[in-house]
Design a protein around this ligand. Structure first.
Ligand SMILES: [Zn+2]
Ligand SMILES: [Zn+2]
Length: 167
């Protein structure tokens, strides 16, 4: 799922500004790795990003991709989805948004909702720790998967609210 050109341009500009502010050198490799994350709405994992970048920079190593992704993540220039997992997915959309996750293919798509941005958390969450951001994850079957099989797509969609504690 490609991001529209104006949105990609906006993300690249935001990235350049953020690098300058953070005092991070804007190398060609970093730029291309960020571009790979930014140009898709799919929230790719590191290996997918690596395969994409290698088409433009054949000398790129997977190790460099990992190190760069975690550097950008540490600097807040990209975010990761959820708590650390085996295959972390990366997100270049720094605007406030929420996720639709396909339970069949795992694709993660962005959506926006002012109502969700203002979700009031139950008191029980506050007891768990200091909340910094709230993000709603909707799980279901994406349109691509739903149209693939003759089998009826599952209709029960579970909505979960998760708050990631970041520092
Ligand atoms: Zn799917
Ligand atoms: Zn996202």
């Amino acid at each position: 799922m490609a991001v529209p050109p104006h949105e990609l341009a906006r993300r690249l500009q935001q990235f350049k500004d953020a690098c300058r502010q953070a005092g991070v050198k804007l190398t060609h490799q970093r730029m291309e790795i960020f571009r790979e994350v930014a140009q898709t709405g799919d929230h790719p994992d590191a290996e997918t990003i690596y395969r994409g970048v290698r088409e433009r920079i054949p000398t790129m190593s997977l190790d460099t991709v990992y190190r760069t992704l975690w550097l950008l993540s540490d600097l807040g220039l990209i975010t990761t989805l959820g708590p650390p997992r085996e295959r972390t997915r990366f997100d270049a959309n720094l605007s406030r948004h929420h996720h639709f996750v396909c339970v069949r293919c795992g694709v993660t798509l962005d959506f926006y909702s002012e109502a969700f941005d203002e979700l009031k958390l139950p008191q029980s969450v506050m007891a768990l720790g200091h909340v910094e951001t709230t993000h709603v994850e909707v799980r279901g079957v994406c349109q691509r998967c739903a149209s693939k099989k003759q089998a009826k797509p599952r209709t029960s969609r579970k909505k979960e609210t998760k708050s990631w504690l970041r520092n």
